[in-house]
Each structure stands twice: as structure tokens, then as C-alpha cells.
Design a protein around this ligand. Structure first.
Ligand SMILES: [Zn+2]
Length: 292
């Protein structure tokens, strides 16, 4: 069975609480004081402070764990049309068994647990689950949102047609919003949850909303990674460790954890697009058909 259908039938649509049920909007907007310091809107010369700024670096999210401890140096002010097409991809979907395959996660690497699925990193497994849940919830809520899966799990040349980054680059160049779902490394080598923003154009209000919900990385993180350089935002959900990983792995809490995260992503997307969060809860015929 293909992994995608396995995930959808076994996890997301199982237990009688599938995605055909409208999902209530859930959000955890920050209540803390705005961060201070120089922020940029896409060029280093235009510092602007947000009225609703990001979490302070390094704060703890009850579900996701530590947020990025790195200081944010940008802010997204560019408006996007409320109907902007959104492309969601699973990070590392085309880089398995080579460098850059994603974190194995604390449970596998340190705890001796079996991988979630043979042949792929646990990060990719959860990236796929979350990405597909985000698309399903987003469709229920009326967003123009779709999932992309590359044709092979290992593509050496990241510029090959069909890679996440090639497809995401084209989507962003055409004016859409492209993002990859990621989980960060466990332990001290991880940074925490947050958006690594796309840098192809001035930062947008969607970037801003995701950063306010999840935290943020600096605009030039690691000299600008390949995805952001091509216009693809990398959303680090959290470090694959501790309570977050345990909540995902435990079958009793898995579905709620996945749906809570997906709801938070979709709500941030809605806010960033200037939409009323959770307004559309009737799934379209198209969305229903694709989910089955
Ligand atoms: Zn990753």
C-alpha cells in the first residue's frame, strides 16, 4: 500500500473521527509583549516593529516545545490576495537515504524505538502526516491549498524537475505561497519551532502569521537554505523529541495532536491571507473526493 493512502486511511481517517467532520479553529496566539530589535521587511534597510510581534526567542510552547531561540530580524508586511494558492510539501520527501534525509527523532536515535515506517526518516513520516492534514483542513476551510509529493524518495539533484524545491520555486514565482513542513533535530543541535522565511520577495503577512504562531528563524539562517532561497518557507513544527514526539507516537493521542497542529497552521494561513479563521467549514465536493 502506498504510504500516502496508508497514512490517510490508517491514521487520519481512522477511528470514526475522520476529516469529513468540520474541524473547529484552534489557535494559540501569543499574549506576550512584542519582541524588540531591528526587524526587516525584505531588505535590511527598512526596520519596522510589529503591533503584534513574535514570541520571545526560546519560549516554550506547551505542545510543540521550545521555540527558536534565535532572534528574529524580519517582519512580514506584504499583503497577499485572500485566494492565494498554497502549496504544502513534506520536507525531505525527495532526499531519503542521502545527506539531508531529516532527523531520525529522539525516540529512534536515543530511545531505540522502531522507525515509524521502514526506509524513511521519522521526520519525513511526520512531515507527510502533518502536511496532508494541513491540506485536508485547509480545504475544509475553503483555502486554495494542495499537497505535492515528488515522484521519487531520492533525487540527487535538487534542481531536477519534480523535486520539492523545483515545484515550490515555480509555485512561488507564479505568486503562490509555497511551504515545507519540517520537524527540527532533537537535543542541542536543534533550534526549535519556527518559520524559516522565504526570501525571494519581501516578507509577506503569511510569513508573519506563521512566525507569530510558531516562532521564527532569522532571515539568513545558515546563509539562507536552498528552500527559502527558491521562495519556499520552511515551517519547523518543533524538535522531534520529548512530549511532542511522544504525543505523535502514542496512538491514543496521535490524531488529536496531528489535528491540533494542522489547525494551528491553517489558522495562521487564514490570518495571513486576511481571512476570517474557520469561516468556511463545509468541505467542497472536490475536497471530499480527494480525501477518499
Ligand atoms: Zn527537516
Amino acid at each position: 500500500m502506498r504510504l500516502r493512502s496508508l497514512l490517510l486511511t490508517g491514521l487520519l481517517l481512522g477511528s470514526g473521527t475522520g476529516l469529513n467532520t468540520p474541524v473547529q479553529a484552534q489557535t494559540f496566539l501569543p499574549t506576550v509583549a512584542p519582541a524588540t530589535g531591528p526587524l526587516a521587511t525584505g531588505s535590511l534597510s527598512a526596520p519596522v516593529l510589529s503591533s503584534r510581534a513574535a514570541w520571545p526567542p526560546g519560549s516554550i510552547d506547551p505542545l510543540l516545545g521550545p521555540r527558536s531561540r534565535l532572534t528574529r530580524d524580519w517582519i512580514g508586511l506584504r499583503s497577499l490576495p485572500s485566494t492565494t494558492p498554497i502549496l504544502v510539501m513534506a520536507g525531505h520527501a525527495d532526499s531519503q537515504n542521502i545527506a539531508g534525509s531529516g532527523t531520525a527523532g529522539e525516540a529512534v536515535a536515543l530511545g531505540g524505538a522502531a522507525p515509524m515506517y521502514p526506509g524513511i526518516s521519522d521526520e519525513l513520516y511526520w512531515n507527510m502526516v502533518i502536511a496532508q492534514a494541513v491540506v485536508a483542513v485547509g480545504r475544509q476551510r475553503g483555502l486554495d491549498i494542495r499537497y505535492y509529493r515528488p515522484p521519487f524518495r531520492t533525487i540527487i539533484d535538487e534542481d531536477e524537475p519534480g523535486t520539492n524545491w523545483s515545484v515550490g520555486r515555480d509555485h512561488a514565482a507564479a505568486g503562490g505561497y509555497a511551504m515545507e513542513i519540517h520537524f527540527d533535530a532533537y537535543g542541542p543541535s536543534g533550534v526549535g519551532s519556527g518559520l524559516i522565511p522565504p526570501v525571494h520577495r519581501p516578507f509577506s503577512r503569511v510569513d508573519e502569521a506563521l512566525a507569530q504562531e510558531f516562532g521564527s528563524y532569522p532571515m539568513a539562517f545558515r546563509q539562507v537554505l536552498g528552500g527559502p532561497r527558491r521562495g519556499i518557507g520552511l515551517l519547523e513544527i518543533g524538535q522531534l523529541q520529548g512530549n511532542l514526539e511522544a504525543s505523535l507516537r502514542d496512538p491514543r493521542t496521535r490524531q488529536q495532536t496531528v489535528m491540533t497542529i494542522a489547525n494551528r497552521v491553517v489558522t495562521a494561513l487564514e490570518l495571513g491571507l486576511g481571512r476570517n479563521p474557520g469561516a468556511a467549514t463545509v468541505p467542497s465536493r472536490t475536497a471530499q473526493g480527494r480525501l477518499r
